[in-house]
Design a protein around this ligand. Structure first.
Ligand code: CP
Length: 306
């Protein structure tokens, strides 16, 4: 059972709710392998995407997930909307609701905007990334991908490398993986590591070689250059030299370690192309799994709304 009609973050979910979403996604993955990939549960419902930041994967997979569930999907284009005439986020969201939407999928550069909207809207709010806070559906599809290969989270060692300070993907994965019993190692330069992060039950490393040793899963993160003021890094070349995931470094992890990246990737900055495209990479599988996971989220939240 999912208790809330909103998906605001992994922080708000119990481990039972997480497993319920993953189990539901497994059912939808089977649907996506059928000749006819469309099922009726959201017929008559409307899903609107409201993205104030760019997206390829999240927006497209929510659109496809809504259509596969027979919902109507409307992509609200912020750049051609009355937002440019000064309309507030509150008035924009209330307008979308007044037009009959049942779900709004929102991405915003400020942390907390989905939470704010959930307090004033009757429609379901789904967080598709709020600043450096959370990106819950990314973490859910990451869990789903890990579960496909490793079965159990208990005792798994997951190394997350990169811009922890600015990464909503890292935050959501830390909440999710620790709730499910995985050991989480965070690897990044001291300038990109939040001071209090150890309180979340993770181990902190500043050496990639130490951090990825015998890991079962390695998640590389995009450097969030748009969220950084100058001075966190000497240069991108230096970052790759110290923290880039190369074929040589990958040998330090377990031989069957999964290589993950939420995308979009900066090849040659966070990850070497040979690794991103190599046999241990599940990066495109993550994208594919995003569709089943987002179908599960829409389907389960629709059930709570009834
Ligand atoms: N991982 C992710 O959120 O990708 P997009 O920015 O392309 O949606």
């Amino acid at each position: 059972m999912i208790k809330s009609k909103h998906l605001l973050g992994i922080k708000e979910l119990t481990s039972e709710e997480i497993y319920h979403i993953l189990d539901t996604a497994a059912g939808f993955r089977d649907v996506l392998h059928r000749d006819i990939k469309k099922v009726p549960p959201l017929r008559g419902k409307t899903v609107v995407s409201l993205f104030f930041e760019p997206s390829t994967r999240t927006k497209t997979s929510f659109a496809l997930a809504a259509k596969r569930l027979s919902a109507d999907f409307v992509n609200f284009s912020v750049s051609t909307s009355s937002v440019l005439k000064g309309e507030t986020i509150k008035d924009t969201a209330l307008t979308i609701q007044a037009l009959g939407a049942d779900f709004v999928v929102i991405r915003h550069p400020s942390a907390g905007v989905p939470h704010f909207l959930s307090n004033i809207l009757d429609m379901s709010v789904i967080n598709a990334g709020d600043g450096a806070n959370e990106h819950p559906t990314q973490a859910l599809l990451d869990l789903f991908t890990i579960q496909t290969h490793k079965k159990n989270f208990q005792g798994l060692t997951v190394a997350i490398i990169g811009d922890i300070a600015h990464s909503r993907v890292a935050k959501s994965n830390i909440y999710a993986l620790t709730k499910l019993g995985a050991k989480v190692r965070l690897i990044c330069p001291p300038t990109l590591m939040p001071a209090e992060i150890g309180k979340l039950g993770v181990d902190v490393f500043h050496s990639i070689d130490d951090g990825i040793k015998k890991a079962d899963v390695i998640m590389t993160l995009r450097l969030q250059l748009e969220r950084q003021s100058k001075g966190f890094l000497p240069s991108l070349e230096e970052y790759f030299k110290l923290y880039g995931l190369t074929s040589e470094r990958l040998k330090l992890a377990k031989s069957d370690a999964l290589v993950m990246h939420p995308g979009p990737m900066n090849r040659g900055v966070e990850i070497e192309s040979a690794v991103a495209d190599g046999p241990q990479s599940v990066i495109l599988e993550q994208v594919t799994n995003g569709l089943a996971v987002r179908m599960a989220v829409l389907y389960l939240l629709a059930g709570v709304r009834k």
